[in-house]
Structure formats: C-alpha cells, structure tokens
Design a protein around this ligand. Structure first.
Ligand SMILES: Cc1cc2nc3c(=O)[nH]c(=O)nc-3n(C[C@H](O)[C@H](O)[C@H](O)COP(=O)(O)O)c2cc1C
Length: 183
C-alpha cells in the first residue's frame, strides 16, 4: 500500500493523544535506517515538547544501545505508536537486539518507507519523523532530587556505561486516517 493511502499528515500541535499516555503507556518504537536495512526498538523514557522553539522529541538510551549507534550514524529516525491490536507485535521489538539477531525479519509487522525516506510500519497509528538535534550526556552531579540522583547512580554502576539523552526535531507527523476516524 502507498504511504499516503494509509496516513495523513498533521501538525505536531494537532497530535490527538496525551503525550504521557503515548510515551508511558503505548511506548514509542524507535526505527532507524532505510527500508530493508532498518532496526527498531521499544522506548519508554522520553517526551515531546519544544526545543529552541522547534517541536522536538527526546529519548533516553544507554550508550551501547545498537539503535543509538544507528541514530548517531543516520541522524534521522521515526517514533511509531501502535494501536491496541498490534501492541504485542510492536513490543516484540524491545525483546532482543538487532545487533545479533534478525528481529526485523521475524516481527509480524509490515515496514513502510515514509515520504522523508525513513522507515515505519503500516500498522502504526501515529508516526513522528525526527532529525537528530542534540545528544547530551547527563552527569550524576546534574541532578537535584534524591530520586533522580539515585536513579542515575544506579544506571551508572557499570563504569563502562553512560546514558545519553537524544533530542530530535520533528520533521513530520502522520496519523492513520482510519484509526483516528477519517480526519
Ligand atoms: C517497555 C520497554 C521500554 C523500553 N524503554 C527503553 C528506553 O527508553 N531506552 C532504551 O534504550 N531501551 C529501552 N528498552 C529496551 C530496548 O527496547 C531493547 O533493549 C531492544 O531490544 C534494543 O534493541 P537494539 O539492541 O536493536 O537497539 C525498552 C524495552 C521495553 C520492553
């Protein structure tokens, strides 16, 4: 199917969902790479808002994450959000690494090229296309609340491991016409 037959473009401020539900309950699937050589993973930390007045997203990755390496190389990616009926298939992408397996061939989803030549899935109900804006490495000393300090200290217990905050400018937002009721 053609991308435009399934999806319609909306402005970032027209995203119909609550951002906390999108990020914390539905979970974004981050996909990097051209159709056919793409890799995807499930994310849970992150958000959407404005950075330097530009609509933006942010995600949190351990520095050795395969998908992060691909983001640093390709510098564009998509966040895809699943409808309830495909939740299991989307979550499958968070179970193993594309570095040493072929989860992209095993996953029961149909990959599709976006108009900006990124990759997402026909089954997605919302797609956010992003260009890498900034990668920031948080330090334990950057944090003030006890909860945040403890959380980061736990994450940094392995001396070879750091976290990276990845900010992406939003280039395009697409919603599934049918799943959102023929907007
Ligand atoms: C619900 C859920 C949330 C996750 N959130 C994140 C996250 O925010 N950041 C992250 O780097 N990994 C997160 N993961 C783990 C990755 O999705 C998982 O390790 C994945 O297999 C990595 O794929 P890759 O090695 O191909 O990059 C999450 C996994 C699940 C199931």
């Amino acid at each position: 199917m053609r991308f435009e037959d399934i999806f319609v473009q909306i402005a970032p401020e027209e995203i119909p969902d609550n951002v906390f539900a999108l990020v914390g309950k539905i979970f974004p699937v981050v996909t990097v790479g051209a159709l056919g050589s793409h890799n995807s993973m499930v994310a849970s930390g992150g958000g959407m808002g404005l950075l330097f007045r530009k609509p933006a997203t942010w995600c949190v990755f351990p520095s050795k994450r395969y998908t992060l390496e691909l983001i640093e190389k390709e510098q564009t990616y998509t966040l895809s959000f699943s409808p309830d009926e495909y939740r299991e298939q989307f979550m499958f992408l968070g179970r193993e690494s594309g570095r040493d397996g072929n989860k992209m061939e095993e996953v029961e989803l149909t990959a599709i090229e976006t108009p900006l030549h990124n990759t997402s899935f026909e089954e997605a109900r919302l797609i956010v296309e992003c260009s890498l804006m900034q990668i920031t490495i948080p330090q334990v000393s950057d944090f003030y609340s006890e909860e945040a300090k403890k959380h980061l200290a736990e994450m940094y217990q392995d001396p070879g491991e750091i976290r990276k905050y990845v900010f992406g400018g939003i280039d395009a937002v697409w919603i599934d016409r049918e799943k959102y009721g023929n907007v």
